[in-house]
Design a protein around this ligand. Structure first.
Ligand code: NAP
Length: 276
């Protein structure tokens, strides 16, 4: 059996759960996979990518802080990557051309619809954060025609730039303080990295109602500060573990032509998270 070489490139990457997830997918599909971690500082990124693919690598997952450069480096791109200008997957096409994709949005949508039973159509959605992952999920969220998507970020200019980039009437940037007194949202997504510092974005309680689904895109072995806050206000909550597995499954499909069964792998991922 030929071994396929794939990997994750970012800075840092040592903490990543992606190798575990991809190896579990590969075992399920009976594919011999060598999944490597590449820690590359921003200046080294293009050379490390070229080196990986020149050595016969098939695909790379891309994480912080390289998602915009990954998109710029590719010669072809899937729709979500084109629309958002950021890529979390690079694939070597036959003939050697490099293709950029963004599977964060489809990963989140699968988690919302398949795993959490949430329908996005005609709903009010609030995204806290305006970084790479916020940009990546917007095309897939817009595709289901929500009533509106509001972006609120600690640095308001960054949210305003994101809205300008997409030019879509369903999308608006609102400064965090202006959310006070607003009607609660159907879905509140924490797309900030605040949970990694043990904090939560400074959203007002008004954003959350009893029917709100509050999703933190950071995954953890216990509820994050954002999830604890939303739970106390009566919301249903989820962390980013489901999205992580679903976006990985989409990249696995791009590289190997097989979409893994994510239910059993998510179960495996959760038990590894608890036991480590
Ligand atoms: P990024 O480009 O660095 O953006 C970080 C965002 O977090 C910015 O909007 C930043 O606001 C905000 N932020 C950071 N610390 C904050 C704090 N203490 N309070 C409020 N806002 C804060 O990062 P990213 O690529 O968008 O990723 C964000 C998070 O999503 C990461 O932590 C990652 O774990 C998670 N993620 C999860 C998945 C998944 O599959 N589950 C996929 C991708 C990313 P400013 O603009 O004001 O700095």
């Amino acid at each position: 059996m030929t071994t396929v070489r794939c990997g994750l490139i970012g800075h840092p990457v040592a903490h990543s759960r992606s190798p575990d997830i991809h190896r579990a997918f590969a075992a399920q599909a009976s594919i011999a996979l060598d999944y490597v971690l590449i820690d590359a500082e921003p200046g080294e990124f293009p050379d490390r990518v070229r080196e990986f693919f020149a050595d016969g690598g098939r695909g790379l997952n891309v994480t912080l802080p390289h998602k915009a450069v990954a998109f710029a480096l590719a010669e072809e791109a899937g729709d979500e990557a084109w629309q958002s200008g950021v890529a979390n997957v690079l694939t070597r096409l036959p003939g050697g051309r490099l293709r950029a994709d963004n599977t964060d949005g489809i990963g989140l949508v699968r988690e919302l619809t398949k795993n959490l039973g949430f329908d996005r159509a005609d709903r009010r959605i609030l995204i806290a954060g305006a970084g790479g992952v916020a940009a990546g999920i917007i095309p897939s969220l817009l595709a289901a025609k929500p009533r509106e998507i509001v972006i609120a970020n600690r640095t308001p200019d960054r949210a305003a730039r994101l809205v300008k980039h997409f030019e879509n009437q369903r999308l608006a940037a609102i400064p965090l303080p202006d959310l006070r007194g607003s009607q609660s949202f159907d879905l509140v997504i924490n797309a900030t990295s605040a949970s990694l510092e043990g904090k939560r974005p400074d959203l007002p309680d008004d954003a959350i109602g009893k029917a709100t689904l509050a999703c933190d895109l950071v995954y953890a072995d216990e509820p994050t500060p954002f999830m604890r806050w939303a739970t106390a206000l009566g919301a249903r909550t989820a962390d980013g573990g489901g999205m992580l597995v679903e976006q990985a499954a989409e990249s696995f499909l791009l590289w190997h032509g097989i979409r893994p069964d994510t239910v059993s792998i998510l179960h495996h991922f959760r038990s590894r998270l608890q036991s480590d």
